[in-house]
Write a protein that binds this ligand. Structure first.
Ligand code: GAP
Length: 434
C-alpha cells in the first residue's frame, strides 16, 4: 500500500525506531538516533548486506577503516576540489537551497518570491575539523564523506595479506558525513549517515560485464528481502549528473512518498581512484597478473548503498493496514530476517502461574532469537503492538498451558494460530525463522 510520509515518521517515533538527535535540546536538524527497535532493524539491514556481499562470496573480503584519514586522501580523490553541490541563496528571505533540488529554479520554496536567487556557487560538502590541541591550517582534517576511499588506500594491504586475485572486492560498512545544504525527509538525507559500500576490482576490459552483473545482483538483494519490485527501479545517470570519478552510474531508486529517489548508486569508477592515489602517494598500486605477465591498474565497479536510507525504505515498504472484524490492523510486513523482534512471549494474564512459565520460556528462547516478554495490557493490544513493530510470531501462554503444557503461536501475516507443545516450540520457531 502507499503510505504518507507523516504516518511512517510518527510510527517510527512512537514505537522507538528513530528519535530526533538531541531532542531534549530542541533537536539537531539532520541527525537522528536509533532507538531500541531501530537499532535492531538497522543492524539487520547491515547484517543482511554483509552476509550477501562478504560472507556468501569467496571473491569479496571486508575492511573497517578509520573515519579520519590523511587530508592527502581527499586531495587525491578530488573531493576537496569537486565534492560540491550548487548553492543558491534567496535575497528576500536569506534561506539557502540546493539549486538542483528546487521544484521551480526561479521560485523560493520558503518565501514564495520569484527571481530572488543569487548565482549558484559550488559549496563543498566536506566536514572540516582539526587534529590535536592547536587549531591551524596545518592540522585540518576531514570526516569522510564516503567509506570508499578507506578501501582504495588499503587496496595493496588487503591484496597482499589476503592473497586475493582479480576480480575481487573489498566491502565496508560505516558512518559518513556530508554537510548537506538541504538535509530533510526524515532519515533520507542527513549530515551523518551510514553507508554500505563495496569496491570490486577487475580487469579494465571486464568492467562493463561486472557493471551489469552488480546491477542485477543488487536488485536481487532488495527484492529477496521483501521489497516490492514495483517500488524499485533503475535509472541511468545523464552525463551531466555523473560524479567526478564516474564513467557510468545506475541508481537504484525507491518509490518514497515524494516519488522515486535514490537508494544506491552503482558506478564504474574506472581506474580513477587507484591512479590518483598512486600519483599523490608515490606508491605502486598496480596489479601484476601472474598468468598473463601483465601489470595494470584495475578498474572498479562500486555498488554504494545507504544503510540508514535503506532501513527507512524497508520500513515504508513493509507498512500495511487491513480491516479485521471492523477494526483497522496496522502491520509491518518486514521480512523475518529484518524484524527487530522475532518472537514475543505473552502470558494471557499477569497471574504468577502464567508469568512464571512465560518468563522461563522467554529465557529459553533468548539464546536463539531476539525475544520480547510483554506482560502488560490486554492481549489484543499486545498483539497490535507486535504487529506494528513487525514481530513475526507471538507465543501466548494461557490457562490451558497449565494442563496441556502447550502454547499458542500466532503468525503475524496470516493471524493463524497453532497450538504447539512447549518442548517443541523452539524447533517450531527455528523452522520458520531460520
Ligand atoms: N562512494 C560512492 C558514494 O558515496 P553516493 O551516491 O554519493 O556514492 C551512496 O552515496 C549512497 O549513500 C546513496 O545512494 C545513499 O543511499 C547514501 N547517502 C548519500 N548521502 C546521504 C545522506 N546525506 N544521507 C543519507 N544517506 C546518504
Amino acid at each position: 500500500m502507499s503510505i504518507d510520509f507523516d504516518t511512517i515518521v510518527n510510527l517510527a517515533k512512537k514505537r522507538g525506531f528513530v528519535f530526533q538527535s538531541s531532542e531534549i535540546y530542541g533537536g539537531l536538524r539532520s541527525a537522528y538516533d536509533y532507538g531500541p527497535l531501530g537499532v535492531e532493524l538497522l543492524r539487520n539491514v547491515k547484517e543482511q548486506w554483509w552476509h550477501s556481499m562478504v560472507r556468501m562470496r569467496d571473491d569479496v573480503v571486508g575492511i573497517d577503516s578509520a573515519i579520519i584519514q590523511s587530508p592527502s586522501v581527499w586531495e587525491a580523490s578530488g573531493h576537496l576540489a569537486s565534492f560540491t553541490d550548487p548553492l543558491v541563496e534567496c535575497t528576500n528571505c536569506n534561506n539557502r537551497f540546493r539549486e538542483d533540488k528546487l521544484d521551480d529554479p526561479d521560485q523560493c520554496p520558503s518565501c514564495g518570491k520569484r527571481g530572488t536567487f543569487t548565482e549558484a556557487k559550488n559549496f563543498n560538502l566536506m566536514f572540516k575539523t582539526h587534529m590535536g590541541p592547536v587549531e591551524s591550517p596545518d592540522n585540518a582534517v576531514y570526516l569522510r564523506p564516503e567509506t570508499a576511499q578507506g578501501i582504495f588506500i588499503n587496496f595493496e594491504n588487503v591484496r597482499r595479506t589476503s592473497r586475493m586475485k582479480l576480480p575481487f572486492g573489498i566491502a565496508q560498512i560505516g558512518k559518513s558525513f556530508r554537510n548537506e545544504i538541504t538535509p530533510g525527509q526524515f532519515v533520507f538525507r542527513t549530515r551523518e549517515f551510514e553507508q554500505m559500500e563495496m569496491e570490486f576490482f577487475c580487469r579494465p576490459e571486464e568492467a562493463d560485464e561486472w557493471f551489469e552483473y552488480w546491477i542485477e545482483e543488487r536488485k536481487r538483494w532488495y527484492v529477496d528481502l521483501g521489497m516490492s519490485e514495483d517500488n524499485v527501479r533503475f535509472r541511468e545517470h545523464d552525463q551531466d549528473e555523473l560524479s567526478h570519478y564516474s564513467a557510468g552510474t545506475f541508481d537504484v531508486d525507491y518509490r518514497f512518498p515524494w516519488g522515486f529517489d535514490e537508494l544506491e548508486g552503482i558506478a564504474n569508477r574506472t581506474d580513477f581512484d587507484l591512479k590518483a592515489h598512486m600519483e599523490r602517494s608515490g606508491k605502486d598500486l598496480t596489479y601484476f597478473d601472474q598468468e598473463s605477465g601483465e601489470r595494470f591498474v584495475p578498474y572498479v565497479i562500486e555498488p554504494a548503498a545507504g544503510a540508514t536510507r535503506t532501513t527507512f525504505a524497508f520500513l515504508l515498504d513493509a507498512y500495511d493496514q487491513e480491516e479485521v472484524r471492523g477494526d483497522t490492523r496496522t502491520v509491518l510486513r518486514l521480512d523475518k530476517r529484518l524484524s527487530p523482534i522475532k518472537v514475543a512471549v505473552l502470558p494471557l494474564s499477569k497471574k504468577p502461574q502464567l508469568t512464571e512459565i512465560s518468563t522461563r520460556l522467554a529465557q529459553d528462547l533468548r539464546p536463539l532469537f531476539p525475544v520480547e516478554h510483554d506482560v502488560t495490557q490486554a492481549i489484543g493490544r499486545r498483539y497490535r503492538r507486535q504487529d506494528e513493530i513487525g514481530t513475526p510470531y507471538c507465543v501466548t501462554v494461557d490457562f490451558d498451558t497449565l494442563d496441556d503444557q502447550a502454547v499458542t503461536v500466532r503468525d503475524r501475516d496470516t493471524m493463524d494460530q497453532d497450538r504447539v507443545s512447549m518442548d517443541k516450540v523452539a524447533a517450531y520457531l527455528r523452522d520458520r525463522l531460520g
